[in-house]
Each structure stands twice: as structure tokens, then as C-alpha cells.
Design a protein around this ligand. Sequence first.
Ligand code: ATP
Ligand code: MG
Length: 268
Amino acid sequence: MDTFTPAGTILNGASVQDALMSARAVNVFYATKHAVKNVSLDIARHQVLALIGPSGCGKSSFLRCLNRMNDTIQGARVEGLITLDGQDIYEARQDVAQLRARVGIVFQKPTPFPQSIYANVAYGPRIHGLAKDRGSMDELVQTSLERAGLWEEVKDRLSQTGTSLSGGQQQRLCIARTIAVNPEVILMDEPTSALDPIASAKIEDLIDVLRTNYAIVIVTHNMQQAARVSQRTAYFHMGDLVEVGTTNMMFTNPQQKLTEDYISGRFG
Ligand SMILES: Nc1ncnc2c1ncn2[C@@H]1O[C@H](COP(=O)(O)OP(=O)(O)OP(=O)(O)O)[C@@H](O)[C@H]1O
Ligand SMILES: [Mg+2]
């Protein structure tokens, strides 16, 4: 049974066995604006969870709760319980930098630092002390770029600036930067919406490969993309989690009229 107390009943499909992350009765407020309403949802390893819904429904707000990015927004308040490996990520002793290494985030607009490709990837490992010498840093940079599907394109130009790359390459560089600190979860907020179809397709292929090693949560406005890359889909509407289930079920046999209207393009 998908039930949980004291928050009350949670939706069928919201919980999974062996969840890596669990959100329970999560609310987000910006001053008096109630942006996320009592959302309970699990995140599983080796799986892509897509968050879909009309603009302003709270997808990004919910996503940002998962690595405490809302902490950086003045006036934002988060309530509820979010755990990673059973540990409350909002408790006082949680090191937030550490959390954001374990739960990395990739944004809509590629945001490389104005430094070399190498330095972009090495930045996180350096801060977190993950490489003991230059040789192991070189190796970490290479494997991160390989995993992000970018190595072959940049191996001869590692000292050029990250901003000299194409948009799609920059986004893969940002993914490499996230991977370099050895995360467990990768959050992506509309990671392809600034990219052309070919660059987007490369990122989608990459997401499918990455899920063997990471849990992934992706926000997307693109229904086809959600259908292609995710195994589970959650539909948000005006701050509420309306429905969540296997992507196949959500797209072929949604249980809620709101979901059906949205995925069939009747609004949104
Ligand atoms: N920093 C903020 N300050 C005040 N209100 C905010 C802030 N960020 C978001 N909101 C409000 O919270 C609600 C949810 O916004 P959110 O960005 O989470 O939606 P979204 O589903 O990601 O939308 P989109 O698809 O357009 O990105 C909206 O009404 C939005 O105006
Ligand atoms: Mg958003």
C-alpha cells in the first residue's frame, strides 16, 4: 500500500521499493505563494523520473528541494521531509555542499565557468579533494568527459575555454562537471530546451546511458522527450502532484482527466 503517515495517503506510484530519495508532504512557499502542495514522491536508482506539467505548476520548485537549491532563493520556504539514503537532507548537520555533490543539478541554459574545459570539470573534485595528484585528476577529468559523451570532441582542446564550445557541447560539459564529483542523483531542469534537435537527441541518448549509474530526475516541457527518456512520469498541476506512474501507463492510460488533457495537448 502506498500510504504514509502523518502526511496521509500518497498517490499510487509515488513510492518505489528501495527508494534512493523520498519526498514526503513537501510544501514550497515563496512569501505567501504556495508553489508546491503536499507532494510525496520517491526517486529510484537506475531510473529516469520525468516531471511534467504546465508552466508555473511547481516542477522547478520541487526539483530544487531535492538538493536544497531553494535555500539560495530569498523568501523561499520548504516544509516536509526529504531523505537521501534514509537521511533527512534538511537536518542541521547536513553539509549542503556535500549534498549538492551527491545530488547534482544541470540547468536549462548551459553554464560553464569562463575557464578551460579541463578546469570546468576539475573544479568540483578539487573543492571536494577527490584527486590526490595531477595524474588522478587527469584521469577523473577524462572519465567524466567520457561518461558525458564529450571526450572525443574535446580531448585535443582541454585548455580552451568551456564557453568556446557549442551549446550542446557546453551542456555535456556541465553534465561532466556534475558527474566529476561522483553524484548519486542528477537533477536536470529542461536540459535541452536551449538546444537544437541534434544536440537534444545526443543529451537524450546520454541520459539513457547515465541511468545505469545514477538516479535521474528531469523536468521537461517536451512530451515526446518525457516518453523517450523516462521510466516514470509525474504530472504536476498548480502545485499539486496529480498523478505519477510508469511512463508507459501515463502516456497510454492516464487515470486522471487533468493528466489526459495535458498529454493530449488540450492545454498547457
Ligand atoms: N523565486 C521565486 N519567487 C516567487 N515566486 C516564485 C519563485 N520561483 C517560482 N515562483 C512561483 O512559484 C510557482 C511555481 O514556479 P516553478 O518555477 O516551480 O514552476 P515550473 O513548473 O518550473 O514552471 P516552468 O515550466 O515555467 O519552468 C509559480 O507560480 C512561480 O511564479
Ligand atoms: Mg521550471
